[in-house]
Design a protein around this ligand. Structure first.
Ligand code: ARG
Ligand code: GLU
Length: 714
């Protein structure tokens, strides 16, 4: 009985550890098909990816190089997140037409706004090209030779693959170079903004709610792809026509229930699933705390300024969003790793690997050598973290960096070009200097001082330096630099030629930067760093190959690398901490609960409130069959166990029939360690319910013509 019980427990554990983890290659989805069907999927792997027929993959877009989008009409209309379209919405916004704040809805095709530089990429086909890429590589080939052979093979293979077509091909390594896949893509360049909700919907909850559940952000925007008369990619032209995709997604209005099968189809950016305990320790317990502390300093000063005036809020909003995004994620990641005992877990699996590897010439030294390589890498990695998070923290130091480039210009012509650019950016910089200098000076001094206290900064070995003395030096550097004196700098740059380089380099700011730079980027350290890094790449290739040999029955998913993937799981709540259970959905009621007219992130749009008060949700509301008399609810978000990461923003969340039910836009904070370790009890992706999105387009914005283009299934 006891044995039976422990067997049952063990197998339940084995299944749950595998459950829901993984970002799978669409072309190889056949391997997961039985598992997906068992989990509830009613379509086939071929419906998702098929080289011979139009399939779901034809509806998926790589939005620029960092988000996902999906076609929802046969006229090139696609959806992505608000935070993905953000910079395009901003770029069309002016004081008179503030689309960012007020939203934007093209009421006709002619009102759609071109977005130069924006690309929408469709995957035409993919192919395993491992043998061809590694043609010529033998066990005797050195790493350097290997890299050269791979590079030249890739050139040849990609050139041949797209010869005579308008396609573009790229080849990417998988499993640290044990496998290579080629992606043949079609890249569209005439992409126009069609719609975006106002900020207080598209960014509702702001950074306060970012990475958190329960969530109520209407994080979507809409674009349309245009093509030439042959439906092929073309640069912007008024003559272009809406693109006819091979496939667009059907949208389900049926809604989601806890336990429903879901999958996410999109472009996850980076994960590190197979790294060793040393790497996890370095990321979670050494680097993250440094980055978090240094960003806490910056956020403190920016937030203070943002609370002082609307102008300062506007000035710092987007930089604060990006600083805070990493800052918050790393905190969740480190807590998650430690809650999971991630380092010990990794060590345990390393012990198992070593037992298997002992006696095998190819593998026995891999882990000990990886450990040594990390010993060499770690101190330098830490120093570089300080450099990027402290030395690069202030505008003062980043301006110093660009003026240092001027000091290094080799000809007067080159210098003249740089001076022209610097003058422009300086002029802009000094336009609100009086307010900004208070913030930037404080950030500069505090971040450098923090670094000095940790033992990584200039002035370290100097005789008799105390924290106070260092602070005084930093103040003197800031106040004494001509970079902070608009008139002096203007005059100096006016007559600049390379003969003045010495004077520029002697400025205290450039001298300090030089010192910090040469500490972090010292040539010996750099070469140690490069060789340790190259060793890690090579050893990880063996390690992953060994793991696969050791467990031939396990289907290993390759780390994310910004290629198209499928992640599947279920709509499911979770227990973030003792005594708390999170339901898997949120509704409009939660927006009204969060409403606070005094807090920027929680201002509710009056029109939204009116619709709420009238329960005027049209066909998009949810009527509880048990309490129909209570009237309809408006679903807003839901969470599921799909394994996602940055890049999956905007990805379609699909149901068992492959119909669109939501847009992926975030992960729950308690599960952000999933880039390193996935835990099905805590890892949840956050999705916008498609019904809220359609309700906003139709009932809130009055842009029903856009919904009419879509294929809705009741
Ligand atoms: N956390 C999401 C992601 O990683 C959203 C970030 C943008 N939103 C924000 N409030 N900063 O991209
Ligand atoms: N917000 C992220 C993105 O822009 C997705 C959240 C995550 O990291 O999973 O891709």
């Amino acid at each position: 009985m006891k044995r039976l019980l422990s067997f049952v427990l063990f197998s339940a554990l084995a299944v749950s550890v595998l459950a829901d983890e993984g970002m799978w290659i669409p072309m190889l989805l056949g391997r997961n098909e039985a598992d997906m069907k068992k989990a509830g999927m009613r379509i086939s792997a071929k419906d998702i990816y098929d080289i011979n027929n139009a399939c779901l993959k034809d509806a998926i877009i790589l939005f620029n190089q960092g988000c996902t989008g999906e076609y929802v009409s046969d006229e090139g209309l696609f959806l992505t997140n608000h935070h993905c379209g953000y910079s395009y919405i901003t770029s069309h916004s002016t004081v008179e037409h503030d689309y960012l704040t007020n939203g934007f809805w093209a009421m006709s095709r002619s009102e759609e706004l071109p977005c130069p530089g924006l690309t929408a990429t469709r995957l035409v086909r993919m192919e395993d090209v491992t043998d061809r890429v590694l043609d010529g590589v033998t066990p005797q080939t050195t790493e350097g030779e290997r890299a050269a052979i791979v590079e030249s093979n890739i050139q040849k293979i990609t050139a041949a693959a797209v010869a005579g077509t308008h396609y573009k091909a790229i080849i990417k390594p998988f499993y640290y170079g044990n496998q290579y896949f080629m992606y043949v893509n079609e890249v569209f360049t005439d992409v126009r903004l069609v719609g975006a909700p106002p900020s207080n919907i598209g960014k509702f909850g702001g950074d306060t709610d970012n990475w958190m559940w329960p969530r109520h952000t209407g994080d979507f925007s809409m674009f349309r792809v245009y093509a030439d008369k042959d439906n092929k990619p073309a640069p912007y032209s008024a003559d272009n026509k809406p693109y006819k995709p091979l496939k667009h997604l059907e949208i389900s209005l049926k809604g989601v229930k806890e336990g429903d099968f879901t999958f996410v189809f999109g472009y996850p950016g980076t994960t590190q699933r197979y790294v060793t305990s040393d790497a996890v320790e370095l990321a979670a317990n050494i680097e993250n705390p440094i980055r978090i502390d240094l960003r806490t300093i910056r956020l403190k000063h920016y937030n203070k300024a943002m609370n002082q005036s609307a102008a300062q809020r506007l000035k710092y909003a987007s930089r604060v969003a990006s600083i805070a995004n990493g800052w918050k994620k790393w905190q969740g990641e480190t807590q998650g790793i430690n809650r999971l005992k991630g380092v010990e877990k990794k060590k345990e699996s390393e012990r198992r690997f070593q037992q298997w590897a002992d006696g095998k010439a190819e593998y026995r030294d891999v882990l000990p050598q990886l450990h040594k390589a990390y010993e060499r890498l770690r101190p330098i990695e830490v120093e570089l973290t300080y450099f990027s998070e402290a030395v690069r923290a202030s505008d003062f130091m980043s301006r110093t960096r660009s003026h240092r480039e001027l000091a290094n210009a080799s000809t007067d012509n080159e210098a003249a070009d740089m001076v022209a650019k610097l003058k422009k950016s300086n002029e802009k910089y000094f336009s609100d200097f009086a307010e900004h200098t208070v913030v930037d000076r404080a950030i500069f001094i505090e971040t450098f001082l923090y670094m000095w206290k940790a033992g990584y900064a200039p002035y370290l070995g100097e005789q008799g330096t105390s924290a106070d003395a260092v602070k005084a030096k930093l103040e003197k550097t800031y106040d004494g630099s001509m970079l902070n004196n608009s008139e002096k700098l203007q005059k100096f740059l006016d007559g600049y030629n390379t003969g003045k380089a010495k004077k520029l380099s002697d400025d205290p700011a450039l001298k300090l930067y030089e010192q910090a730079y040469s500490l972090a980027y010292d040539a010996t350290k750099l070469s140690t760093y490069r060789s340790a890094y190259a060793d890690i790449q090579r050893l990880m290739r063996s390690y992953v190959k060994g793991m696969m040999e050791m467990q031939p029955d396990v289907n290993f998913f390759p780390d994310a690398n910004l290629t198209l993937r499928v992640a599947y799981g279920h709509v499911e709540g979770f227990r973030p901490r003792d005594g708390v259970y999170y339901k898997p959905y949120s509704t409009l009621q939660g927006i009204m609960e969060k409403e606070n007219p005094d807090i920027y992130d929680y201002v509710v749009e009056p029109k939204l409130k009116r619709l709420y008060n009238r329960q005027d949700y049209g066909r998009y509301g949810y009527l509880d069959p048990v309490h129909p008399d209570a009237g309809p609810d408006m679903p807003v978000g839901f969470i599921a166990t799909n394994h996602t990461t940055g890049g999956n923003s905007g990805s379609p969340v699909l149901d068992a029939d492959g119909r669109l039910i939501g847009l992926n836009f975030d992960r729950c904070w308690e599960g952000t360690m999933s880039d390193l370790l996935f835990d099905p009890d805590y890892c949840r992706n956050i999705c916008l319910d498609i019904r809220y999105c359609l309700f906003l387009i139709d009932k809130f914005a009055g842009a029903k013509h856009l919904v009419d283009e879509m294929t809705l299934v009741e």
